[in-house]
Ligand binder design. Sequence first.
Ligand code: FAD
Ligand code: NAD
Length: 402
Amino acid sequence: MSKPKIVVLGAGYAGLVATRRLSQKLSAEEAEIVLINKHNYHYESTWLHEVAAGTINPNQARFMLTDVVNPKKVRLIYDTVQEVKKDEKRVVLENSEVSYDYLIVALGFVSNTFGIPGMEEHAYAIEDIDSSRLIAEHIEYQFAKYATNENASEDSLTILVGGGGFTGIEFVGELAEKVPQLCKKYDIDRSKARIINVEAAPSILPVFDEDLVTYAKKSLEDRGVEFRIGAPIKECTEEGFIVGDDKELIKAGTVVWTGGVTGNPVLAKSGFEVFKGKVNVDADLRVPGVEDIFILGDCSWTMDKESGRPYPPTGQLATQEGATAADNIIALLRNEPLKDFVFSNKGTVASLGISDGIGNILDGTKLRGKAAAAMKKVVDDRSLYMVGGPKTVLKKGKFRLF
Ligand code: FAD
Ligand code: NAD
């Protein structure tokens, strides 16, 4: 009899944790495990704002899958998933097709522009290593071009960031580190380069208490970040954002949209029922009524029974879901009962550059400044450990930045 085949789509937090756990807990006789990913490497999505600002090298935020997955136990396929054919139990890839008995869909997020005219065409988005590296290179190009062109406009040095959620604020925190370095490198007066964050809501980072938000805003303003709060972006053009009811144009040489994300479009293409771009899953992380498909991380909504609302999509959540989905597939193989997913929230920290941040940790303690920045590095190293193990932390970890 042939072995059951478990196929995992996506080697991000959820997919890689699930794959590693399956390969550690199952013998080669019990199942065949296949991991399919667009690239031959995993990247830390939670570090992409640093890659985009150019404050870390893209290679620090990624590692080869063959370094952390045992090729004797897991078949690796580097290809792009196009569609899941649920009724036929197969996955269509760009270059081939793969059948499955059990499927984990963990294809992560894409940027969501909410249909704002011109945003997709004219703004950069922080989505993966290549799109993030492109932003850093574009910013540096603007500075190099300004330095060599007497007629260049100062607007070309402005960096506009649309959206003051976690990604937007962590990104401007990194820019506050990088822009002075670029000014020095290209002999440009620091006052000529502007970093502007535009947020529609009355506050940035609304998940934090007001005192932490006030601290974050002042810290960033002191380092040259300008805020336009309560200013909805209506349109994006080649020149910059058009903001508010009076349609003010804010010009910039670099425009980055950090106004929201949604689930991978493969979900809708495959005929899954999507709500705001993601699939609602049962407590055991399976698609309702579908026994053999688990959808994880930024591709699904998992209900928090206490609040009656779905958990916010985070790396922390995706990692924990990866472990539960692996255990539940093993339970299915061994005819054991499945377990419900239980989220263990370790707290939330937002960095504001290399040595500043704000956070709430699990016992309700509020952190700010260097303590929060140090905690963020601990969190980053912990997530690296979960996906890559101790050797990866030694090679790529942030403990070296303390
Ligand atoms: P991902 O980790 O994004 O992995 C998806 C994988 O699927 C990737 O390897 C991708 O290459 C692959 N893939 C995508 N499409 C295809 C395809 N069609 N075919 C094949 N492969 C494909 N959360 C936190 O908890 N803490 C943080 O500090 C934090 N910081 C963040 C900072 C930034 C800049 C961003 C953008 C997000 C941050 N998040 C943070 C959120 C967190 O990154 C996501 O919630 C998390 O990455 C979701 O994990 P995932 O496994 O669902 O997807
Ligand atoms: P988000 O949805 O959290 O924030 C987007 C922001 O853009 C919101 O504040 C929204 O009001 C604003 N916005 C939307 N439309 C706008 C418009 N037209 N004009 C101006 N502003 C507009 O998205 P995100 O920051 O990309 O975060 C995505 C997910 O990733 C979240 O769940 C977050 O918790 C997680 N994340 C976590 C961390 C962390 O824990 N440190 C870091 C980054 C991301």
